[in-house]
Design a binder for this molecule. Structure first.
Ligand code: AHR
Length: 313
């Protein structure tokens, strides 16, 4: 696990420690390592907090096991960023029965038996991408939509919101392509690029897919004809904001990780404050007009060597 235990000095030693367990679902993507980092930074600002992070590495069984461990350890709050929406339900409900509050971040779960949910509205994310595409294409475009995982709420909702908007414009034609869980476009993307010479836009469900799609188009010499729109909008090298500044992406939609907000929410819950069940994070479209302002607005993400290797695969 990646852990942060704040050392106590003698006066703080008497203060009750608050243990927070975070179950992260994916370890090899920078949006998630940024979420972990934001949690660690926020936790370090509260000397009474000890934060333990387990990484399930895309294995639903490991994620269940990690949450079981937090229940056994009787942590004060469990934060979960789920990989799957269904398999995780019994263990979340078990935590609730054992009296441990559970905060769900990002992907939704198919139960309402948790304490609070935190995340941006992915339907709105899809709508923002759709509205931007409509506005720059004036309602006429051939678009490849590259899914993340449609078994996840962000996957489903980013598609739903996008289609709600573009279906109002008969001049917009959308071709759907899959990706391996929010990473690389599947090979039928290459086939589509080869068979259709008139693709104008790619809307991908995160910046990593968008970047990989752009790289494939560049290798084929067609990148200049296509505009790429992604989601996440991380700040720093390999983040969507930089890709917009570098003109690799036409735009990205900010999808905040919620790392620091999750820790603050956990502290409110431990302090018995009443918190909303649904805690919405704001989103915004980032294009060349606001990319500079947005990159000055946020802390830069910390990129580790492993992240760089992952992005370069
Ligand atoms: O579940 C949300 C997605 O997961 C983020 O947009 C993505 O980049 C991450 O892997």
């Amino acid at each position: 696990f990646i852990g942060i235990l704040n050392s106590c000095n003698s006066s703080e030693g008497d203060r009750k420690k608050i243990s927070i367990g975070f179950s992260q679902s994916v370890g090899d993507d920078i949006w998630r390592t940024s979420m972990n980092h934001a949690m660690e930074v926020e936790a370090s600002l509260h000397p009474e907090v000890s934060l333990k992070i387990y990484n399930a590495n895309r294995q639903p069984k490991k994620q269940i096991h990690d949450i079981e461990k937090f229940i056994e350890d009787k942590v004060d709050v469990i934060i979960v960023s789920p990989f799957e929406s269904d398999s995780i339900v019994p263990v979340i409900e078990k935590a609730k029965i054992k009296g441990i509050p559970v905060i769900v971040v990002d992907r939704k779960v198919n139960t309402s038996n948790y304490t609070a949910y935190l995340g941006a509205d992915n339907i709105e994310v899809g709508r923002l991408a759709g509205k931007h595409l409509v506005s720059i294409s004036k309602g006429h475009a051939n678009v490849i939509q590259i899914y993340g995982d449609l078994n996840t709420s962000p996957g489903l909702e980013r598609s739903l919101g996008f289609k709600q908007i573009v279906k109002q414009y008969p001049g917009i034609k959308v071709f759907d392509i899959d990706s391996d869980d929010f990473g690389h476009p599947k090979t039928n993307y290459i086939k589509l690029l080869d068979s259709l010479s008139n693709i104008d836009y790619v809307y991908a469900f995160n910046d990593l897919i968008a970047y990989n799609a752009w790289k494939i188009a560049k290798d084929k010499g067609v990148d200049k004809k296509i505009k790429f729109i992604g989601v996440d909008g991380l700040n720093g090298p390999f983040g969507g904001i930089q890709y917009v500044k570098d003109k690799i992406l036409e735009a990205t939609v900010l999808y905040p990780t919620g790392g620091s907000e999750a820790i603050r929410l956990a502290l409110k819950i431990v302090n018995q404050e009443i918190v909303p069940k649904n805690n919405k994070l704001n989103t915004i479209l980032i294009d060349s007009l606001n990319a500079d302002i947005m990159s000055n607005q946020f802390d830069k993400i910390t990129i580790q060597q492993s992240d760089i290797e992952q992005q370069q695969k």
